[in-house]
Design a protein around this ligand. Sequence first.
Ligand code: IPM
Ligand code: MG
Length: 354
Amino acid sequence: MKIAVLPGDGIGPEVTAQALKVLDVFAREGMALEFEHALIGGCAYDATGHPLPGATLALARDADAILFGAEGGFQYETLPRGLRPGDALLTVRRELDLFANFRPVVAWPELVGASPLKAARLDGLDLLILRELTGDLYFGEPRGVHMENGVRVGINTMRYDENEIRRIAHVAFRTARARRHRVCSVDKANVLESMELWREIVDEVAREYPDVTLEHLYVDAAAMSLLRTPQHFDVIVTGNLFGDILSDEASMLTGSIGMLPSASMGDGKKGLYEPVHGCAPDIAGRDLANPLASILSAAMMLRMSFDQHEAAARVERAVRRVLASGYRTADIAEPGTKRIGTAQMGDLVVAALA
Ligand code: IPM
Ligand code: MG
């Protein structure tokens, strides 16, 4: 199994290093894991003049799985489009056709106090945001800024074709079958034609899964329900932009965005695994970042790309044990817990794996 390791910028390298420590435990136990590193994002731009060098894209294509850290940084925000770090990640997702983004949101009982929500709202919370990742406003044409009658106009296009909707809907229903058999499709069909089509196709696909309950919510109502009745949700399927926004909102249910892993899949077993959080330049290099989202992303890799279900469960149990022992990075620290840094959190998870 070849893993492309793309740590990227900011806290990306330090959290990815912890996930690699964890994967290394399995390599030492005999799992055939092979790691190859490459540059992506701002560091790649600095080194080569492009955030996604050809060699990095080639490695990502060739690998069985990709472990990605984060990318970006203040100094890159004014670069022309196409050269910004975020564009590299979008290109990898699109070029590899990784259209299905899994963002599980689980309330760890040890962390309910770290969430701004009342504990009673979080008990047993276990939902999955399934975000379509290669369409929508992110990629729709036309786009850009141009002059119209002497004024500048900015344009982006919300675009989905029926096949794109159909394939993500199938993933949603198949995934729900392995969970609690409920799908909530989130759209804005009351205002947007593209979302009216979304709803129509999701309804059509639903007829093939009579054992799965489907409901539809408009995105504004979904944003509210995520805070009001989060335990109600099982699989939430939605488009690229709404999924981006709702997954950051949902992260606060878990106490910190530093706890949220993700997997981006195509039709096969190959996946890109990354923490949902960004590069956090304000805390980069200071041993402050929470590596658990990256470690839990590695667990998703073991499960979804390599079919190593027991290994994945072992990682999740190890994380659980470390949290239960009271160890916390800054983002999830509470009075009475033990504050530790990024590297020590990685070491403790490795120790708990044994
Ligand atoms: C995410 C991020 C990315 C996105 C950015 C970095 C381009 O916010 O993965 O959620 O918008 O998809
Ligand atoms: Mg986001």
